[in-house]
Design a binder for this molecule. Structure first.
Ligand code: 3NM
Length: 216
């Protein structure tokens, strides 16, 4: 995949904002996010038809702005709504298996916290690796211990040129350091979903990302 798609990778579910998630998403799209992931998990997460309808509306919005629409974990939902890819964690269906039942041109992302997981994701054919948590995060209840910028740099040194996106507790002020440590981009939930002005925040993330050439 083009690593520039990872420059500003926004992730959100309906419970990551107090506002209408579709309004927050469109604000972020106007601001210039480069990739979006629908992650409907945790307390008060939508289920069934409500979840599917939100996914369909989010995909429609993403495509209006030419931004790929990825779904977290739920491969069946991703197939049903014809998403552009899936992102899976270490406890989800192995990538080699799920690749057999998904369109070949999808974007496949895998989470990794350490070198071994990242290396395996690369071997399994991931298009990109989500590395984290880099910093402490309030957003994911079962987040592991933060690995820091050193952890990111170490993983980068193992995986060579595969696109890598950093995740976990990331704010605007971290972007340069993370790029220097080997990230092609940053994945954020709260920095944009809880921002007072998501459009302006996303715009700044994009500007900062474009200031430095892509790593991969
Ligand atoms: N995955 P925020 S950390 C969804 O480490 C997610 O794999 C993580 O939210 C991982 O940007 C995380 O608000 C939460 O910290 C990111």
């Amino acid at each position: 995949m083009n690593p520039e798609l990872l420059q500003v990778y926004f992730i959100m579910g309906s419970n990551n904002t107090q506002r209408d998630p579709l309004i927050v998403l469109e604000d972020a799209l106007i601001g210039g996010i480069t990739l979006f992931q629908f992650r409907e998990k945790g307390k008060e997460a939508l289920t069934g038809k409500n979840k599917r309808n939100l996914a369909i509306e989010m995909k429609r919005l993403c495509h209006k702005y030419n931004v790929p629409f990825i779904i977290n974990d739920e491969v069946d939902l991703a197939l049903e709504v014809e998403a552009d890819g899936v992102h899976v964690g270490q406890d989800d269906e192995p990538l080699v298996d799920l690749k057999k039942r998904c369109p070949q041109d999808w974007i496949f992302g895998v989470s990794a916290t350490n070198e071994a997981e990242a290396y395996q994701a690369m071997q399994d054919g991931a298009d990109y690796i989500g590395v984290g948590p880099i910093y402490g995060t309030q957003t994911k209840e079962d987040a592991k211990q933060p690995i820091g910028e050193e952890g990111l740099a170490s993983i980068r040194s193992i995986v060579g040129g595969i696109p890598v996106v950093a995740i976990g507790g990331i704010k605007l002020s971290h972007v340069f350091r993370l790029r220097r440590a080997g990230a092609d981009g940053v994945s954020v939930i709260s920095a944009i979903s809880l921002a007072e002005k998501p459009t302006e925040t996303a715009e700044l993330f994009r500007k900062y990302a474009e200031f430095m050439p892509s790593y991969s």
